[in-house]
Design a binder for this molecule. Structure first.
Ligand code: GLN
Length: 486
């Protein structure tokens, strides 16, 4: 088997047993990136020298008989909204071009301590606002399954990197679906943990009450392994929970489990994605679960509430990018004009739209009617999910209503926002969700099934995901074209 086709756990095992060196593994992935990233454009920055140096250190530690951690020698692609000390971090925004953070995100410290190797920083929609990577301030990433289509977003670069075998693992962030939706569109696994399970320290904030970092992988157990490394309390994040995640008990099956299909997430779903969900449901029944429809009524208002709350928080979080402390500075006659010019030329159209929406929603006279109401809807969504979880252990839905669309196809913002109609409710509730690839839908493109669970229900969520993956292995999983051709 080619190195780049191995699972992350197989790579780490081979490194620890000295069957393969960490350097061989890193070099195999760098060669793949070199050969194909000009087609995919997953990376904003490839950290070739740093990754090779780090791999050699791991090999040396192993030669000395030292303990090297569960992800020894495993390359990880990192969404470029996580700070890595001394390495340019832009959030795919021109306003941050050239900014080198003076500190490292907790998640990156944790994966490095586990022996993983950061292989590069991946592309995203500017400040994680979007569902296609077309909003990147630099260039769009292409879907490795069909390069005429988007990879989804905002973590499109991370999803594409894993699908294209540039890394077996990646980190993304999910505020309204930005891990799960690109995972679905690229045919990989992507999970958003419970809010507070993974530290946000060093994640450049979009909407702080919704943002959460999570794993991408090509199989469920690899995703669980990465989550178990990053899930931990962090005193540097005041919203961090005290919990961790144990990946050792996720393979026990779904026999006897009660699983609900969320009715509100079935509207507007394409025929291909619907039939993917139907066969997923059939496979869970066959595996011994009871599956029934359930209504989560307030989930219908998730998208509307999200597009008040997320822009409101973003308008406040993005106020710090003013040409004084970070990145770009466009001089004006005085300081006010410097702020205006810097922000006018540094932010892209979607980011400006969100700042305006958010500022409006928070302004005196509108606050109660807009932001206040959205917060009430958020409470209703949490309440309706709680009622559903009294009857069901987990819920399922499509991850996204359609397969990957073509570049430029969703030019009006609303049709783009609809990509996240099934993923947004769990961000508002703070619950975990995962997307598992389940074969192909329209035109042979991959489609994912979303599994939702209550707060800190990751173990249950992963069990259902494992059952789906086992059944999906019997379906045709689309291969990356270049890989298939070579
Ligand atoms: N697509 C959604 C948005 O544009 C979600 C983004 C995200 O999860 N970061 O806001």
């Amino acid at each position: 088997m080619a190195i780049v086709d191995m699972s992350a756990r197989e790579m780490a095992a081979a490194v620890r047993s000295r069957e393969l060196s960490a350097l061989e593994i890193v070099d195999a992935h760098l060669a793949e990136i070199d050969a194909h990233d000009h087609e995919v454009r997953a990376f904003l920055l490839v950290l070739g020298d740093e990754a090779r140096r780090r791999a050699s250190q791991i090999d040396a530690a192993i030669a000395r008989g030292e303990e090297v951690g569960p992800l020894a020698g495993v390359p990880v692609a990192v969404k470029d909204n996580m700070a890595l000390r001394g390495v340019e971090t832009t959030c795919a925004s021109r306003i941050l071009a050239g900014w080198r953070p003076p500190y490292t995100a907790t998640v990156l410290e944790r994966i490095e301590a586990a022996g993983a190797v950061v292989i590069g920083k991946t592309n995203l929609d500017e400040f994680a606002m979007g569902s296609s990577t077309e909003n990147s301030g630099f260039f769009a990433t292409r879907n490795p399954v069909d390069t005429s289509r988007v990879p989804g977003g905002s973590s499109g670069g991370s999803a594409a990197a894993v699908a294209a075998r540039f890394a077996p693992l990646a980190l993304g962030s999910d505020t309204g679906g930005s891990i799960r939706q690109p995972a679905s569109l690229c045919g990989v696994v992507g999970a958003k943990p419970t809010y507070g399970l993974v530290s946000r320290y060093g994640l450049i904030a979009f909407a702080s009450s919704l943002d959460q970092i999570g794993p991408f992988a090509r199989n469920v157990e690899d995703a669980a392994a990465l989550l178990s490394v990053i899930a931990a309390h962090d005193a540097k994040d005041s919203t961090s929970l005290g919990a961790g995640f144990d990946a050792s008990e996720i393979a026990t099956g779904v026999r006897g489990m009660r699983i609900g299909v969320v009715e509100e997430m079935l509207d507007g779903v394409s025929p291909g994605v619907s039939s993917v969900l139907d066969s997923a449901i059939a496979s869970l029944v066959e595996a011994g679960a009871t599956v029934e429809r359930v209504s989560v009524p307030a989930a219908r208002f998730g998208l509307s509430a999200y597009y008040l709350i997320a822009p409101a928080e973003a308008s406040s979080n993005l106020a710090r990018f003013d040409g004084v402390r970070f990145g770009l500075r466009v001089e004006g006659e005085d300081i006010t004009e410097t702020y205006l010019r810097t922000r006018a030329s540094g932010f892209g159209a979607e980011v400006k739209r969100r700042i305006m929406l958010g500022t409006y929603a928070l302004s005196a006279g509108y606050y109660d009617a807009l932001y206040g109401k959205a917060q009430q809807v958020r409470t209703l969504i949490a309440r309706d999910f709680a009622a559903a979880y009294e009857r069901f252990d987990a819920l399922i839905s499509p991850t996204s209503p359609t397969v990957a669309f073509r570049f430029g196809e969703r030019s009006d913002p609303l049709s783009m926002y609809m990509s996240d109609v099934c993923t947004i409710p769990s961000n508002l509730a703070g619950h975990p969700g995962i997307s598992v690839p389940f074969g192909a839908a329209e035109e042979g493109m991959p489609a994912g099934v979303q599994v939702l669970a209550p707060a800190l229900g990751e173990a249950t969520m992963f069990k259902v995901a494992m059952a789906l993956e086992a059944a999906a292995a019997k379906q045709t999983v689309p291969a990356w074209r270049s890989a298939a051709a070579s």
